[in-house]
Design a protein around this ligand. Structure first.
Ligand SMILES: Nc1ncnc2c1ncn2[C@@H]1O[C@H](COP(=O)(O)OP(=O)(O)O)[C@@H](O)[C@H]1O
Ligand SMILES: [Mg+2]
Length: 365
């Protein structure tokens, strides 16, 4: 089920409906007609509400509509975090037409981050260091939201990292913290990841504790979890949590690290499989990075000089010669990715760089 576009699933599916996955009424109608056994997504929040609606209506195994609603609204998420003692940045909800917008914002300390609550991929999100820049940040939040309010958070200076996890039948099955490579545009945009993320045991335990609290607070009981954190003074702050697996090679990373096919587990979970086992026996270090363009233009050539290497897990090009690409600013501007593994994280990362150096994508602006 998808809108038409350059999506690899079409070639694999037995049956395709070219529908917008945000149109939950339409999707529910088709789900009933088809008597489906499960519904699931990966890597994006776009269809999460629809999944919640369909799971509730048909009694399928997945997130509830309530969980889905919280997981796709940054304000609701902040509210349940605050109520349940999850460590998170201080914030304010502000109506665009409130008479005292500036007074409300002044209750927080600079630097700040202004957010549209219902967008993703850093759209409508701006870091602000000076009061003069409030107006522009508000205008940007307004441009990307369908709500009549936005939120402002205190900006936490620290190191971004994340975790993939799965909650099944109400129980957290695994938590895999990962390091993030971040592109610093208007906000941080993840452009790659690595596992394991080596921190002191106490710090990892604290991160896991915050994640468990957040999952419970958000009432997520049957879904993959994609968590964004910031580490400051060895304390984990929860930025946001999605009720689906992460993008930017994160599901691949889980598969490599634990030595099982994570996408298969995700599908089996959506089918309500009994006794689904998420125990991984391997712990294989791995790293991934997006391929990106430094300019708007058209791809003139793609050269891949990499030889066969079992530790190169995947090289993927989203676009071919003659296709238009954009100068990288946000996740959807990616033009491909590389995933590597190794005996140690150092080896996996060294191979990642080597592999990327052996790829040349010529873009004519
Ligand atoms: N309170 C904060 N402190 C510091 N950085 C933040 C904060 N909130 C968001 N960011 C930065 O902005 C990025 C996007 O914010 P996020 O809430 O995760 O929205 P999105 O849905 O776009 O991923 C984060 O990955 C991080 O780099
Ligand atoms: Mg995020």
């Amino acid at each position: 089920m998808s809108i038409p576009g350059n999506y690899p699933g079409f070639a694999l599916a037995d049956k395709v409906y070219y529908e917008n996955t945000t149109d939950w009424e339409k999707i529910l109608e088709i789900a009933k007609e088809e008597k489906i056994d499960g519904i699931v997504t990966a890597g994006t929040d776009v269809a999460v509400i629809t999944i919640g609606k369909v799971c509730d209506a048909l009694g399928l195994c997945g997130l509830s509509c309530r969980g889905a609603t919280i997981a796709t609204n940054k304000l609701l998420m902040k509210e349940v975090y605050e109520k349940n003692g999850v460590r998170t940045a201080k914030y304010r909800k502000i109506a665009f037409d409130a008479p005292d917008v500036y007074e409300k914002i002044d209750e927080l300390s600079l630097p700040l981050i202004f957010k549209a609550v219902d967008s993703s991929g850093s759209r409508g999100i701006t870091r602000v260091d000076r009061r003069e820049d409030f107006a522009e940040a508000i205008a940007l939040a307004k441009k990307y939201t369908r709500k009549d309010y936005f939120i402002v958070e205190e900006f936490i200076e620290g190191e971004e990292f994340g975790a993939q996890a799965f909650v099944y039948q109400g129980k957290v099955q695994f938590i895999m913290p990962h390091g993030d490579y971040v592109f610093h545009g208007d906000t941080g945009v993840p452009i790659g990841h690595f596992v394991p993320y080596e921190l002191d045991d106490a710090v990892i335990e604290d991160a896991k504790e915050q994640l468990r609290l957040a999952i419970a607070a958000m009432e997520l009981d049957n879904c993959a979890i994609n968590a964004d954190f910031i580490l400051k003074d060895n304390k984990t702050y929860v930025l946001e949590i999605g009720g689906r697996s992460g993008a930017t090679c994160l599901a691949e990373s889980v598969s490599i690290y634990y030595g099982f096919d994570y996408y298969e587990k995700i599908l089996l979970a959506a089918l309500g499989e009994k006794n689904l086992d998420f125990t991984g026996h391997a712990q294989v270090p791995n790293a991934s990075h997006l391929l990106m363009s430094d300019r708007d233009g058209v791809i003139r050539s793609i050269t891949n000089r990499n030889g066969e290497n079992p530790d190169i897990y995947e090289i993927l090009f989203d676009h071919g010669v003659g296709e238009k690409v954009e100068k990288f600013r946000i996740g959807p501007h990616r033009i491909g990715h590389v995933v590597t593994k190794g005996e140690t994280l150092e080896k996996a990362v060294a191979l990642l760089h080597e592999t990327m150096d052996n790829i040349e994508i010529e873009v004519e602006g």
